[in-house]
Design a protein around this ligand. Sequence first.
Ligand code: ATP
Ligand code: MG
Length: 195
Amino acid sequence: MRQIHIRDTDLGKSARPRLLAQAPEQGRAIQPHARVHVTILGSRQQHWPDEATCAAAAAALAGHRAVRNAFVELHGPLGAGKTTFARHLLRALGVRGHVKSPTYALLETYQVSDGSGRLTVSHFDFYRFDDPQEWEDAGFREVFASPGLKLVEWPEKAAQFLPPPDLRIAIEPRDDASRDVRMDAETPLGAELLA
Ligand SMILES: Nc1ncnc2c1ncn2[C@@H]1O[C@H](COP(=O)(O)OP(=O)(O)OP(=O)(O)O)[C@@H](O)[C@H]1O
Ligand SMILES: [Mg+2]
């Protein structure tokens, strides 16, 4: 078990200062998450030589019942494979038809019915998120307070608002186009996903 600092290490872009600067204008006091110690309850390191391996990892995650109420953060640079992993996960959960990248809409929502009942999947991409008011107006707060699977690309961009994730997946492309992947469980539910 190890402890790390989150929320401050990999915020390479300018979203946080911009969000905080906008908040007073809108009469809304936004409290950024304090630096918190996170206890890692389990970790897995993987290597994905190709997309088929990524698909297999997504299918393995989909096989855990706990995924139905998990909040999974997807980290990694542009083109790392976050949406690709999310697509394979959605397919493995039974989503049919085109799975759009939520780059412009910020959120794409899916309903799946299977033997275990009805499942809501909320797939976010916060890369273009720069309006704190939208967190309330678009109902994102309710999404995170409701049951269902939440998959979040670019969580760094909305770090002020997001609750702690159950599972943090970091995808790092290598020079040979394969991916190094690290999965950290930050809650007991996340640890179930790695079991
Ligand atoms: N091992 C691999 N795992 C995942 N994707 C791979 C792999 N090898 C190649 N790819 C390809 O890399 C691309 C990843 O693009 P994707 O849109 O998933 O990235 P992203 O991390 O979501 O980027 P963005 O930050 O722009 O949202 C896809 O074209 C996918 O087919
Ligand atoms: Mg993407």
